[in-house]
Design a protein around this ligand. Structure first.
Ligand code: CAA
Length: 248
């Protein structure tokens, strides 16, 4: 068995609301983490310095995940300079909420490109070498709203639901190659994305959660580590809902 210290984990949105916690957790579990972020991301300015102190082995890498060629280039570069990628966490996601009757084409495409095209772009880039090595873990962070839909999120819910079909298809294609492909569907987790929702709407959502609180990023990180583990090889094509009972 390889130890985690020899394993490279690439995470998209690795400095964001849930992503920063995932980056730290993977690093603390011994992975060499490459944390992707948007080119010119304000998060890079905000967190890269602190991360360099607290988790010096984490490499912060700005690149555009909605661009197929850029994803190919970035993955090749990591493989050549650091080694093969064992774990891919498709975590990056944006919202641009609005009712469909008011939704622009830009609002639709920008959410689909960032949240779903990126899953294809990066999975497509890492899968050949995972197949060659006979090992890999692909974990995509979907959402409760991909499972149940959400008023004002036709774009986001479509992208997140798309991850399930993608995951179950790819899981079948690579199951015999030692590669597992799964989704995690967080409910409302206490991050800036949730804080951006209007106060009264946010409170009404909180009331719909049986545990009566929002989740914490650490509660998602535990699941990522679990699915990334070598011993999780029998779990593939599945989805883990972590939502405080809001959708069962
Ligand atoms: N179901 C049914 N009707 C609803 C509704 C709902 N959930 N929410 C609002 N409405 C109704 C309102 O009552 C109102 O009706 P009237 O016109 O008859 O009074 C009408 O829809 C317009 O409501 P808004 O004022 O809210 O409309 P808006 O256009 O200003 O705002 C919105 C729309 C931006 C989508 C806003 O409703 C909103 O922010 N909703 C929350 C969306 C949400 O949950 N986003 C999740 C973000 S976090 C995330 O995505 C992470 C994750 O994975 C969980």
């Amino acid at each position: 068995m390889e130890s985690n210290t020899t394993k490279i984990a690439l995470i998209t949105g690795g400095l964001g609301g849930i992503g920063l916690t995932l980056t730290k957790a993977l690093s603390e579990a011994g992975y060499q983490v490459v944390a992707g972020c948007r080119p010119n991301s304000s998060n890079a300015e905000k967190h890269a310095g602190e991360l360099a102190q607290s988790h010096p082995s984490v490499k912060v890498l700005p690149f555009e995940i909605s661009n197929f060629d850029e994803c190919q280039r970035v993955v090749l570069d990591i493989e050549e300079t650091m080694g093969p990628i064992s774990v891919l966490v498709n975590n990056a996601g944006i919202t641009w909420d609005g009712q469909l009757k008011k939704m622009s084409a830009e609002q639709w495409h920008s959410v689909i490109n960032t949240n779903l095209d990126s899953v294809f772009n990066l999975s497509r880039a890492v899968i050949p070498s995972m197949i060659d090595r006979g090992y890999g873990r692909i974990i995509s962070i979907s959402s409760i709203n991909g499972e149940k839909g959400q008023f004002g999120q036709a774009n986001y819910a479509a992208a997140k639901a798309g991850m399930y079909g993608f995951t179950k298809s790819l899981a079948q294609e690579v199951a015999s190659k030692g590669i597992t492909v799964n989704t995690i569907s967080p409910g409302y987790i206490e991050t800036d994305m949730i804080r951006a929702i209007k106060e009264e709407i946010r409170e009404s959502i909180r009331q719909q959660i049986p545990v009566k609180r929002f989740g914490q990023p650490e509660e998602i990180a535990r699941a990522v580590l679990f699915l990334a583990d070598e011993n999780a090889g029998f779990i593939t094509g599945s989805n883990l809902s972590i939502n405080g009972g809001q959708y069962m």
